[in-house]
Design a protein around this ligand. Structure first.
Ligand SMILES: Cc1cc2nc3c(=O)[nH]c(=O)nc-3n(C[C@H](O)[C@H](O)[C@H](O)COP(=O)(O)OP(=O)(O)OC[C@H]3O[C@@H](n4cnc5c(N)ncnc54)[C@H](O)[C@@H]3O)c2cc1C
Length: 411
């Protein structure tokens, strides 16, 4: 990376990535490992943010294994889940069984996202061509004759400009890059939001992932000493719930997960509850000359199935596979960028479609007072091996899993 001496600070790199989330950090690491000069700009000072996606699926663990860093990754604190079980209307249902998988890891690792991002940053820093700039917020794009030539941003020391052969928008679902790019966003629709809380975990708690009954639905993610719970509510209903008071919300949790009765008072008031506004959308076109978007910036994912991080990682691997050669030659064409969308669009659309179907099912039941019953196809197919294998593969590995094809040029 070349630095200029004038003000604003001016940098030149082969590739400038906006956003140090799973998509941006993974792409930055892969390109640097392939010997390409890359700068990742992250607006926060660290990766410490609560209530973010924490589910590393076997597809992501497989990629880590291909990169030779899986063992190192699994030294970080995490929980393993090898079965996904739900309690629907008092009946326990097996949604996924990882032992069927042919992947190296037949489990999902629940790892705080900051640990995962810290790990990717640490791996990236092993390469001289990896540059991570924290506290650097992208504010706009540099454009000339219809081509994106770089980004403008702000740092605590003042303004910054980074010129690059390619700009990658990996700045998440509220992407500044995509706002500035003029690319068209299609709303896929999400009928509900989620209220997120943490409640302490006890050794004898049931190891279930999802609870549903009498119009209430809640996901419980094992975070070691506490449960990260996501309670589904109809879109826009959170305000009315707040007005009715925290006691009613606590009672709702106890109704579907009675084992939490002795600790719902840990939710002292609404300040202990975080609203996740669920959004699902995608760009019609992910690129324009000099720019491509990946991860949530290209397709904001609903939290259903906990696939967002994993899809972002898959996008990053596909992008690195396609771009490493052209970036090395300083010859990235718009066709190269189109190839990324062609490769990743189908898995994204299909995953969003499946999430939409599940959300519809949950939404239909929201607020109903009668006891729930597992949907009949699930009851019929629960104990049959093939459908369970297919379900598990869809959630854990996804469609069109990517393989790392970029080299480690420093080996
Ligand atoms: C509350 C919540 C819970 C979720 N739970 C799960 C889950 O359990 N499992 C799962 O797989 N997925 C989950 N998801 C989705 C998942 O977190 C995302 O799909 C995934 O993180 C997308 O990765 P990304 O790198 O594309 O974007 P992000 O993770 O959003 O990363 C974008 C990065 O860009 C930075 N940034 C933003 N704007 C700028 C700017 N202007 N300049 C510089 N930097 C910027 C942000 O600080 C952030 O670090 C959840 C999402 C939310 C919101």
């Amino acid at each position: 990376m070349e630095a200029g001496s004038s003000f604003p600070e001016k940098l030149q790199s082969r590739c400038c990535i906006a956003g140090g989330g799973p998509a941006g950090m993974m792409l930055g690491y892969l390109l640097a490992r392939a010997g390409i000069d890359v700068v990742v700009l992250e607006k926060h000072a660290d990766f410490l943010r609560d209530f973010r996606g924490d589910t590393l699926h076997p597809s992501t663990l497989e990629s880590m294994s291909e990169l030779g860093i899986l063992e190192e990754l699994l030294k970080r604190p995490h929980q393993k889940i090898s079965q996904i079980r739900a309690r629907i209307g008092g009946e326990d249902i097996l949604l996924g069984e990882m032992s069927y998988l042919r992947t190296r890891c037949r489990f999902m690792a629940l790892m705080p996202q900051w640990d995962f991002l810290d790990f990717l940053a640490e791996q990236g820093r092993r390469y001289p061509t990896f540059h991570l700039r924290m506290r650097t917020e992208v504010t706009g794009l540099i454009e000339e004759n219809g081509r994106i030539l770089g980004i403008r941003g702000n740092t605590p020391a003042g303004a910054i400009e980074v010129r690059a052969d390619l700009v990658v928008g990996a700045d998440g679902r509220d992407s500044r890059v995509r706002d500035c790019s003029g690319l068209t966003v299609e709303n896929v629709g999400a009928p509900m939001d989620a209220l997120q809380v943490r409640l302490s975990k006890h050794a004898d708690d049931p190891e279930l992932f999802f609870y549903s009954d009498r119009g209430k639905n809640m996901v419980t993610i094992d975070r070691g000493d506490y449960w990260h719970c996501g309670f589904a509510v109809p879109k826009g209903a959170a305000e009315k719930m707040r007005a009715r008071g925290i006691e009613e919300f606590r009672a709702g949790i106890v109704e579907i997960a009675p084992f939490l009765r002795d600790r719902v008072t840990e939710l002292r008031d609404w300040s202990d509850v975080k609203l996740l506004t669920v959004r699902a959308d995608r760009l019609r076109k992910w690129y324009r000359p000099g720019l491509v978007c990946i991860g949530d910036a290209a397709h904001a994912m609903s939290p259903v199935g906990g696939v967002g991080i994993n899809l972002a990682i898959q996008d990053a691997i596909a992008a690195a596979n396609i771009l490493a050669g052209p970036l090395r030659e300083s010859a990235v064409s718009t066709e190269d960028l189109a190839k990324i969308q062609r490769r990743r669009s189908f898995p994204t659309r299909l995953t969003q479609r499946m999430q939409g179907l599940i959300q519809k099912q949950v939404w239909r039941g929201l607020g109903k007072s009668e006891p729930a019953r597992p949907p009949w196809p699930l009851r019929l197919l629960e104990r049959t091996t093939l459908p369970c294998r297919m379900r598990t593969r869809f959630i854990a590995v996804g469609i069109r899993p990517e393989h790392v094809r970029t080299p480690d040029v420093y080996k």
